[in-house]
Design a binder for this molecule. Structure first.
Ligand SMILES: NC(=O)c1ccc[n+]([C@@H]2O[C@H](COP(=O)([O-])OP(=O)(O)OC[C@H]3O[C@@H](n4cnc5c(N)ncnc54)[C@H](OP(=O)(O)O)[C@@H]3O)[C@@H](O)[C@H]2O)c1
Ligand code: SF4
Length: 335
């Protein structure tokens, strides 16, 4: 595997789903700071943000909650360059400098081209973002350089072949999408392994879906242990050999405490536990739910501001539990 600096603990704090104030939009920086303090106190160090998270406020929240309050060497920062905001070559430098200013981080431990897919290569290749990042690495502004990825395994293979300078890759990986034809989590992971790439996992709990399991699926896990549903999902991701970091977008203190407990003394899944996961997947497939991860990438583009993931979440609730009061409430709230 490529030799990069890997934090000793495998859980990262994803800053895409932070606790919000009552208006449902403003990040609750005080709560975020308290959660970050607890996270650091327990020996975890990795914070993952991006230029666009929380309407561009996530990087600022990281500055206030962590960077201004803790010694720089006590944590690592990952952030990302968004293809969709680059219209000309000069924008790359403009965004990068803006990120340095917004975070106050001084340098980025991990810097990623965001959500790389075949159709974004026009921008990332066209504006030579790969070499730009290598230059920043030489300047010491980036320690390690990689990309997050949303496309097929064949596309990943092509990109890793063309760009051996990438030092790690971030993949959407969870037990439900492992054999999914569209996400191709297992196939993508195997391509990363073939190229000796260290892997960071995003969406291990499938954006919350695997923490809110239908009763019959949950019962399969509960028959084995009292551990939370989320803990099975996080351990599944962390058990893959090349995975050195699992990011979770913890949106409250209880989620953070649960995930810290799971990963403080991480134990990979045993053979018997993997069988349990496989059984749960078989059961889950019978519900035929929509595989939305609530990443909200689609909402900005909607001309009539439909809250697409919230509508899907109501639909999934109805599929899992029937068209009861809760599904109706979720649907009404989404409108
Ligand atoms: N680069 C990219 O293209 C990209 C794309 C997606 C994500 N990411 C990064 O990866 C990070 C992780 O992705 P993600 O946020 O989708 O991760 P995730 O862990 O799959 O989903 C986070 C959600 O799962 C639920 N959850 C997590 N732990 C829980 C627990 N112990 N108990 C109950 N519920 C729990 C919460 O949902 P509720 O609050 O709804 O209950 C939480 O908001 C993001 O924060 C972001 O930094 C990057
Ligand atoms: S429907 Fe929207 S929120 Fe759901 S996975 Fe697709 S882009 Fe993300």
């Amino acid at each position: 595997m490529k030799d990069i600096t890997m934090p000793s603990k495998k859980l990262g704090f994803g800053l895409m789903r932070l606790p919000l104030k009552e208006d449902g939009v403003t990040i609750d920086t005080e709560r975020t700071a308290a959660m970050a303090d607890e996270f650091l106190k327990k020996g975890f160090t990795y914070f993952d943000t991006a230029y666009g998270y929380h309407g561009g406020e996530s990087e600022r929240a990281l500055k206030k909650a962590v960077i201004e309050r803790h010694p720089r060497e006590s944590f690592t920062v990952a952030t990302k360059l968004p293809a969709w905001m680059i219209k000309e070559k000069a924008d790359v430098d403009k965004i990068f400098n803006d990120q340095l200013e917004k975070t106050g981080a001084g340098y980025f431990d991990y810097y990623l081209l965001h959500a790389v897919s075949k159709d974004k290569l026009d921008v990332y290749d066209g504006f030579d973002c790969w070499n730009y990042c290598l230059e920043k690495k030489k300047e010491g502004k980036i320690k390690h350089f990689g990309f997050s990825f949303h496309d097929t395994a064949a596309v990943l293979d092509e990109i890793l072949t063309n760009h051996p300078e990438a030092e790690f890759v971030q993949l959407q990986l969870n037990y439900l999408d492992w054999d999914n034809d569209a996400v191709q989590a297992k196939l993508c992971y195997e391509v990363a392994e073939k190229h000796n790439m260290p892997v960071i996992v995003m969406e291990p709990v499938k954006g919350g879906t695997l923490a809110r399991l239908p009763e019959s699926v949950d019962a399969i896990f509960k028959a084995k242990s009292d551990a939370s549903a989320a803990s099975w999902a996080i351990r599944f991701a962390a058990s893959q050999k090349n995975v050195f970091m699992v990011l979770s977008g913890m949106s409250d203190e209880a989620q953070m405490n649960d995930n810290i407990a799971t990963m403080e003394d991480f134990q990979p899944l045993s053979e018997c536990e993997i069988e349990t996961v496989n059984k749960a997947v078989e059961e889950y497939k019978s519900f035929n739910t929509v595989p939305c991860t609530a990443c909200r990438y689609c909402t900005d583009g909607c001309p009539v501001s439909i809250r697409i993931p919230d509508v899907i979440s109501a639909l999934n609730q109805a599929k899992d539990y029937g068209l009861g009061a809760k599904a109706r409430r979720m649907y009404e709230k989404a409108l």
